[in-house]
Every structure is written in C-alpha cells, then in structure tokens.
Design a protein around this ligand. Structure first.
Ligand code: URA
Length: 240
C-alpha cells in the first residue's frame, strides 16, 4: 500500500503537493470513493483524478542517442519527428529535460514521473558534459569565465568546468568540453554567445554517470535496474 498522492505523482500526473491539493478538493477517488489526505491504495485499486483514470503502466527508462533534426517533445504541431517517435514502446514515455532541435547526444526518456521530476528539479545537481564546437579561439581567460559563471537573464550561472580540447587553425574553430549541472533554456549556447562565441555544433556526451557508449546516433537502450537505482541515489543524496 502506498499513499495515493505518491502514486499520482509517480504516474507523472502532477507533483505530490498538487496531488494533495486535488485530494483535499475531493477530486480523487479510489474504487469510486472520494478519499482523504493520507489515504493509501494498492496496485489493483482504480484511482481516478479529476475524472481521469490514472495510468499505472510499468516503468520504462530509455537512454537515447538523440540525432540532429528531432524535437525533444512528445508531439509537434509542425509535424516534425520527435524523440518519442524514435522509440518503440506502448508506454507514454517523455523526455527528461530538453535538447535543442540541432543538438545531439544523450537523452533520458521515461514514464517515471517521480524520477523525472527529481532529475529536472532546479536544485538537482546532475552533471552534464557537453562537447561544443565554436567559431574562433577560446583562450584560458574565457574558459575561466565559463567556469566562474556567465550572466544570463541578469543572473550568474553556477560554477562549471570548461576545458579546451582542440583548436583548428585552418577552420578557426575550437572544441570545448563544458560540464554544467544547471538546465536553463539553451544554456550552453547562451553561455558561449554571452562571451561572443557562435556555437556551431553541440553534443551532450554524458548525463550524470551515463554515457553514449555502444550507441550510434538514433539508437537507444534501456537503463538497467542498477542504473535506475543509481540515478535515484544521485538525486536523493543531493537533496540532503
Ligand atoms: N544547452 C543548449 O544551448 N542547448 C541544448 O540543447 C542543451 C544545452
């Protein structure tokens, strides 16, 4: 038996707090009966929230090597290919966070609302390593600026790690590795743009301890139970 608010949040319907609000408003029923805050239910119970039956399908965790030219949503009004279209599943999985249309690399998709919320929480400190190709030479003083924080929307970005991997004189382009744990919109591109650099290519190489090894662009695999547990541990330990 589990608290109904937790079951609702785990199903990805809404946050636990919002679920409690809905319970308080009498909008949640278990087997047809309106329930109270703190009430519990089990797997076979039919839970309805605001008149909709809760979908309690099995949890699925996918690690996708996102290719360029695919949108990170579950559906697109312009009919473009979405990351979910690349995965064969009957579950309603959705992406954890966002990679831009032209960004490639590691992306987690799941129907586990609890883990997705924890990973996407602004306080989640999950490290993500990006490989960034930019126009021009990035000298140590600029790397230091990336590390110490760049002002975006009037606020300094959190401490990061930046390393120059390569400079190609002929094309006048640099490859930089940048590790950040925040997830502001277009953060990497905007950090470089704030310093006067145009991002030509962007790839996310790692997400926490996970990487793309064994996958080529467009391929995916399922996370192992051990990896799922480790991800939970990472985000729950950070919250302490
Ligand atoms: N930062 C960006 O600018 N774009 C992405 O897709 C991911 C991080």
């Amino acid at each position: 038996m589990e608290r109904v608010s937790k079951i609702i949040a785990n199903a990805g319907y809404c946050s636990r707090r919002k679920a409690e609000e809905l319970i308080q408003k009498g909008k949640v029923t278990v087997n047809g009966k309106v329930i109270q805050i703190g009430d519990k239910a089990n797997v076979s119970d039919m839970i309805s929230v605001e008149g909709n039956f809760l979908n309690r399908e099995d949890k699925e965790y996918v690690l996708l090597y996102k290719p360029r030219g695919v949108v990170t949503t579950t559906s697109d009004d312009k009919n473009r290919k979405t990351v979910v279209d690349l995965i064969q599943t009957s579950n309603r999985i959705y992406p954890v966070g966002r990679l831009d249309y032209d960004t490639t690399g590691i992306l987690i998709l799941t129907n586990d609302g609890e883990l997705a919320n924890l990973l996407m929480h602004p306080k989640s400190n999950v490290d993500k390593l990006y490989v960034v190709k930019v126009k021009g030479l990035v000298p140590p003083v600029m790397l230091k600026k990336l590390c110490n924080g760049v002002i975006l929307d009037g606020k300094k970005t959190a401490k990061a790690q930046a390393r120059a991997k390569k400079y190609d004189k002929k094309s006048n382009t640099s490859i930089i590795e940048l590790t950040i744990h925040e997830g502001k919109n277009h953060q990497v591109k905007r950090m470089f743009e704030a310093l006067g650099y145009e991002v030509l290519k962007l790839k996310r190489e790692t997400y926490s301890f996970l990487n793309l090894s064994g996958l080529t662009s467009g391929e995916y695999r399922h996370l192992t139970p051990k990896e799922v547990k480790k991800l939970y541990n990472e985000v729950l330990n950070e919250k302490k």
